[in-house]
Design a protein around this ligand. Structure first.
Ligand code: UDP
Length: 141
């Protein structure tokens, strides 16, 4: 098994629902360790920069507006196959299609207010973690 890191964002809808702890608990139960964490109120420019890969998509402006609607909880997670393990915990992008027992099935309201973000590949994870955390603020443990 490869030890990987991935970026998790608990989005404004889930922060507003006060379920940060319940989501962290799922990470920990699955063997993922939180190795960096901060709560952030993103500026529009910061959210646009984070989602730059989606800038041509029709939902881009609505996504950015949603992501700056309140604070988000950003974490780096570490563990065996962390990228895929985290994506499995999250469930499908559209909560209506997400498997029972996944974070999105349990906490998300819609495809745009869908509770969590997770990196989709190891390379993307490295870029996304560096977007929020200086290297010395990510702790292997
Ligand atoms: N999104 C949206 N409408 C769509 C598709 C995506 O609002 O039709 C948003 C949604 O918040 C999603 C994010 O854009 O989480 C990034 O989309 P992606 O396809 O990368 O999904 P994810 O990796 O988050 O499951």
């Amino acid at each position: 098994m490869a030890i990987e890191r991935t970026l998790s964002i608990i989005k404004p809808d889930a922060v507003a629902k006060n379920v940060i702890g319940q989501i962290y608990s799922r990470f920990e139960t699955a063997g993922l360790k939180i190795v960096a964490a901060r709560m952030v109120q993103l500026s529009r420019a910061e959210a646009e920069g984070f989602y730059a890969v989606h800038s041509a998509r029709p939902f881009f402006n609505d996504l950015v507006t949603f992501m700056i609607s309140g604070p988000v909880m950003v974490s780096a997670l570490e563990g065996d196959n962390a990228v895929l393990a985290h994506r499995d915990l999250m469930g499908a992008t559209d909560p209506k299609k997400a498997e029972k027992g996944t974070i999105r099935a349990d906490f998300a309201d819609s495809i745009d207010a869908n509770a969590v973000h997770g990196s989709d590949a190891v390379e993307a994870a490295a870029i996304e973690i560096a977007y929020f955390f200086p290297a010395l603020s990510v702790y292997s443990r």
